[in-house]
Design a protein around this ligand. Sequence first.
Ligand code: ADP
Ligand code: MG
Length: 209
Amino acid sequence: MKIAVLNQKGGSGKTTVSIHLAHAFSIRGYRVLLVDTDPQGSTRDWAVARNSEAPFSVIGLDRPILHKELPKLAQGYDFVFIDGAPRVSDLTRSAIMAVDFVLVPVQPSPLDVWAVHEVVELVQEATIYKPDLTAAFLINRKIANTALGREVTEVLGEYPFPVLKAQISQRVAFAECLNIGSTVLEAAPKSAASDEVRAVVEEILEARE
Ligand code: ADP
Ligand code: MG
């Protein structure tokens, strides 16, 4: 299965979500490839910051040739994640054409929710050529016990894609781990943060069946 984590909005959590999901799927025993399409190369920096080999493969490919190259690159992998680029560009279109599923991380703030219409439109355009393409929103950086979270889920409900039931909270651990080339799954496998990541994995696997 090929999954693109896309949202042109910087800071929505594409890199955080991509790395954590890639790791969580590899812990489940799947062979995972993570493709960094951000020219800034945050995911590649993460792999370099590690003091051991990454538990999954990481490559950088920041030219709009993914839809042509990915079938070959994906050989031998069960799951491929694409960490999306920060702008709507040919790179984003190429990523959408390359995958089966688009996951859109969204911060629970009105500005971020309004901004998702761009990526929604791109996915809808792509379904003309790829009728089986699916997409879903993932709330990231949720702050517990705020009305904002509920309101955002309501507004997102007006878009044509579902909102995953599993959500990722705002937690310092997510940011700290990435800085040192780690993930919460490695640094704190029994934490609430790790539970949240695993819940997203479960939901993606269930949806695939
Ligand atoms: P993007 O790749 O979409 O630009 P990042 O994953 O790089 O977004 O996240 C932007 C910033 O927000 C980073 O500093 C990251 O550590 C932080 N961040 C993202 N998700 C969370 C979270 N759930 N909790 C705390 N910090 C987060
Ligand atoms: Mg990023």
